[in-house]
Design a protein around this ligand. Structure first.
Ligand code: FCB
Length: 441
């Protein structure tokens, strides 16, 4: 293809990502279902209900992904379906996952399977969830069941999705279950999740030699609102330490950083075959003496920033190459396990997608091993505490009727995936205003 300008490596994989509770429907046995049924927890009182109906018919969306030319798909296994009560495994649920995964393979789509993506069985919640150190052996017992049942269909395993987000939203900001606001408990929870990751890493390799095991890390930039103000710089650095640094320090470098502790984390060292990057946006942080629960940092945004829908922050595509370069210092292969924006009318997404993928291309040109890109997400799904108010899908969903309507971005992404490149034709067709930016004369 002589006119294709931004080529991706020949073995690069294009995919979409999602998580069990957000798409399966009727996940009644986890802490999120319970949370949704409490007053004032979710925007507008929305509920996941049937979600995207994947438990009945994920295959219809797999067909859509295949038709778009996608060659990988990230989904998660719902612990509360597999282990319905402590130690009691539902083999029919494992069979259903096995069918889904075989269905992906039959369509030429390589699955990437997450073992924990925010949702916990109700029975675990009743035992104090991840604040309880027993969550670690409970998790590995569940992982053993899943990996033993599904290893013939999965090679790429992601142990836990975004332990930093789980701990921050559930235990500092209180916006996710269990709605706690306490940094000490948040630190304990994060530590337990990272220990569980490392234990699962070892176990998966015992069960499946060829497995490639990683974790999806949400990296968000916290830049000082005023870079010349040392108080802003310190407040931003504290956020960065907690959110961005503690996870890779523990599970790759084998070192606990504050507030998780300080000192060697020997059992956790080098427990990654790859690192997953979930990148969305950045915040500016201003020192605020009243912001005690958030380490004296208040989030702001610059006047010039282009806001994303639903108060989701600012459009900051440069952050993707910045984040990739930062993670590259670990020396591990990188999968972009999530990236996308909420945009119901798709007026920003084509441009945002092209700008992010251009940043990804730039990072790859710098000889960084990025293996794949998973767009968040294929079909609008249940966005946790934001309910149905953040439409991240390439395809629009009406959750009541289950009618799906592709947005222009779906065709754009398909064109990029099929061509394995961003061509001038694609730029002209979907975001001509970017031509002078991406293709300066
Ligand atoms: C990430 C979550 C994912 C989704 C996106 C928008 O933090 O991993 O489930 O909600 O944000």
């Amino acid at each position: 293809m002589p006119d294709a300008i931004f080529h991706f490596p020949p073995d690069f994989r294009w995919g979409v990502a999602t998580a069990s509770h957000q798409v399966e429907g009727n996940n009644r046995n986890n802490q999120w279902w319970e949370w949704e049924h409490q007053p004032d927890r979710i925007a507008h009182g929305h509920k996941s209900e049937l979600a995207c109906n994947w438990w009945q018919d994920a295959e219809a969306d797999f067909d859509r992904a295949a038709a778009m030319g996608l060659t990988t798909l990230r989904l998660s296994i719902e612990w509360s379906r597999v282990e319905i009560s402590p130690g009691r495994v539902d083999t029919a649920a494992l069979d259903r996952y096995h069918d889904m995964l075989q269905g992906l393979r039959a369509r030429g789509i390589e699955p990437l399977v997450t073992l924990h993506h925010f949702s916990d069985p109700l029975w675990l919640k009743e035992k104090r969830g991840w604040a309880n150190p027993d969550a670690i052996p409970y998790f590995t017992r569940y992982v053993e069941q899943v990996v033993s049942a599904l290893r013939d269909t999965v090679k790429l395993w992601c142990t836990i999705n975004e332990p930093n987000v789980y701990a921050s939203l559930g235990y500092i900001l209180g916006q996710f279950p269990p709605g706690v606001q306490d940094l000490r408990t948040a630190s304990i929870v994060l530590r337990h999740m990272l220990q569980a990751h490392s234990a699962a890493y070892q176990l998966i390799h015992q069960l499946q030699e060829e497995a490639e095991v990683g974790l999806a890390h949400n990296l968000r930039f916290f830049d000082p609102a005023n870079p010349r103000n040392p108080l802003d710089r310190t407040a931003a650095w504290i956020r960065d330490l907690w959110f961005n640094q503690t996870t890779p320090a523990a599970i790759w470098r084998g070192w606990w950083l504050p507030p998780l502790g300080f000192g060697p984390a020997l059992a956790s060292r080098h427990t990654l075959d790859w690192i997953g990057l979930n990148y969305y946006t950045r915040d500016l942080v201003a020192f605020d003496r009243n912001a005690k629960t958030t380490a004296f940092g208040r989030i702001t945004h610059s006047q010039d920033a282009e806001p994303l829908d639903g108060g989701y922050g600012e459009l900051y595509p440069e952050g993707l190459s910045r984040a990739i370069r930062r993670l590259a210092s670990l020396g591990l292969p990188i999968h972009i396990t999530e990236n996308g924006i909420p945009d119901a009318d798709d007026d920003q997404r084509p441009r945002a997608l092209l700008r992010h993928l251009h940043q990804l291309w730039k990072a790859i040109q710098g000889n960084i091993r990025v293996m794949s890109y998973y767009h968040w997400t294929l079909v609008d799904n249940f966005e946790w505490a934001d309910g149905w108010t953040l439409p991240f899908g390439l395809i629009e969903l009406d959750p009541q009727s289950q009618v799906r309507t592709p947005r222009p971005s779906a065709a754009l992404y398909a064109a990029i995936a099929k061509g394995n490149a961003i061509t001038p034709e694609v730029i002209d067709a979907y975001a001509p205003e970017l031509r002078p930016v991406l293709l300066p004369a």
